[in-house]
Design a binder for this molecule. Structure first.
Ligand code: UDX
Length: 456
């Protein structure tokens, strides 16, 4: 919305959130999310063409709006039909019901365009249209406009997107609505990159794009395992494979496993759709991408425990990075929470440092991962975990350092200084391959190193 408010002259953008604390944060200089380049953009237009308001303004803002973007979250269902796979659309439906009332009471002569921004499985636009229409709103079109930006690079991705995708009904009014939205994007995106399709293609294309990307990460993570067993170097393998222009170099970086709000959720959605259409083998094919990712996280924990003489109980282990990737404070589905739970199950003592993630967030995520994995005799997070604000403090007295997120600052640390304050033998496990170029130096210092995808 900040990008639209900056790029589209004459457009007024109002963001509504039911959470008052978030609204206050958006109106301050401490935004609720860490995203490089976002604050200056917000500061440029806030109070001029970009406004943040609370729910007391809901009816007024909705009844005035020409275009309404619905950006609520659609987490994976935890219970009931499709639990663990299907998307939970309760927030979406609540939002649809919420906007229906002011729209019904407002001027029905004007076409209202409702835009589905959340990634939702095929058919949701119809469901939303039927909720809104059943409430008596007659002049409304629901479009699907999935977002392809990635966290940490959101501003760059939005400034020059590969494509903008708009799906709508293939009717006269549907085309009119598509044009209204396409014209907003055309303010800064070249017209040939603004693509329009039917609703189902748009919704499915987003799931498949993420599915294909996640599939590449899972594929290269299996290659990393082969390399560890054979002595081939996964960095070299991915460089050579990526030089094939048909394949390309991106998303070939081995890791402790992919995380984030989209990959796992979208693939689970895809699996659910396949299963509900009777495509069981296809569902199983996509399921393997998730299974390999689960394996990758568990394998990292096993490597740590195995290398440290099969016991980490009461040993202090320093974890660098809790966010699911660098340049974001987001921790949804982060590999760190699963690796953390594995180590806590063994009663290791964790000291965690991440430049952007709050202590409260880590606490919640560790509990979630523990509750999902361990049914009895759960470890006590409050006793076993410390959250550090200084990386050197975090490493002090530790038996091992684990790199779980690829933050640039982790590449530059004085590891010799850390080593001197650590228990011996001191281990360093690089789950992101950010210290490959420093491996010889680290071993010279005395570290026992493990780098994902490299034979020992
Ligand atoms: C993703 C999609 O890329 C984006 O198009 C969509 O809109 C939202 O979901 P995001 O979740 O922000 O974006 O992260 P992304 O950069 O795709 O990374 C996902 C995960 O894969 C991260 O944990 C990342 O560290 C991991 N990854 C990525 C690898 O392990 N190796 C790689 O080579 C690339």
């Amino acid at each position: 919305m900040a990008m639209m408010a900056t790029k589209c002259p004459g457009i007024k953008v109002t963001c509504i959130d039911i959470n008052e604390a978030r609204v206050a944060a958006w109106n301050s200089d401490t935004l609720p999310i860490h995203e490089p380049g976002l604050l200056p953009l917000v500061q440029e237009v806030r109070g001029k063409s970009l406004f943040f308001v609370g729910k007391d303004k809901f009816d007024e803002v909705i009844s005035e709006a020409d275009v309404i973007f619905v950006c609520v979250n659609t987490p994976t269902k935890k219970h009931g039909v499709g639990a663990g796979r299907a998307a939970d659309l309760s927030f979406w439906e609540l939002a649809a019901r919420g906007i229906a009332k002011p729209l019904k009471d407002a001027d029905q002569g004007k076409l209202r365009v409702v835009v589905e921004k959340s990634t939702v499985p095929v058919h949701t636009a119809d469901a939303v249209a039927s909720v809104v229409e059943a409430a008596g709103v007659t002049n409304v079109e629901v479009l699907s406009n999935p977002e392809f930006l990635a966290e940490g690079t959101a501003i760059a991705d939005l400034t020059a997107p590969d494509r903008v995708l708009i799906g709508g009904r293939q009717t006269e009014r549907g085309f009119k609505a598509i044009e209204i939205l396409a014209n907003i994007y055309r303010c800064w995106v070249p017209a040939e990159r603004v693509k329009t399709t039917n609703v189902w293609s748009a919704e499915l294309a987003k799931l498949i794009a993420n599915g294909m990307l996640a599939q590449r990460v899972s594929s290269i993570n299996t290659v990393a395992q082969i390399c560890e067993m054979t002595g081939a170097d996964v960095g070299e393998v991915s460089m050579i494979v990526g030089m094939d222009s048909r394949i390309g170099p991106k998303f070939l970086q081995p890791s402790v496993g992919f995380g984030g709000s989209c990959f796992q959720k979208d693939i689970l959605n895809l699996i659910y759709i396949c299963e509900s259409k009777g495509l069981h083998e296809v569902a199983e094919y996509w399921h393997q991408v998730i299974k390999i990712n689960d394996l990758q996280r568990a394998r990292f924990s096993k490597t740590v425990i195995g290398s440290m003489y099969n016991t980490v109980a009461r040993k202090k282990i320093c974890m660098f990075g809790f966010a699911f990737k660098k340049d974001t404070g987001d921790t949804r589905e982060t590999a760190s929470m699963y690796v953390g739970a594995d180590l806590l199950e063994e009663r290791a003592q964790l000291s965690i440092y991440d430049p952007e993630v709050s202590k409260e967030q880590m606490w919640m995520d560790l509990h979630e991962a523990i509750d999902g994995k361990i049914k009895e005799n759960k470890p006590n997070v409050d006793e076993l975990v410390t959250y550090e604000t200084d990386p050197y403090e975090a490493a002090k007295g530790a038996h091992a350092i684990l790199i779980c997120t690829e933050w640039d600052c982790f590449k530059e640390y004085d590891y010799k200084k850390m080593f001197e304050g650590m228990m011996q033998p001191a281990f360093l496990f690089d789950g992101r391959r950010i210290l490959v170029s420093r491996k010889a130096e680290l071993e010279g210092i005395g570290f026992r190193t493990y780098i994902i995808g490299q034979a020992q």
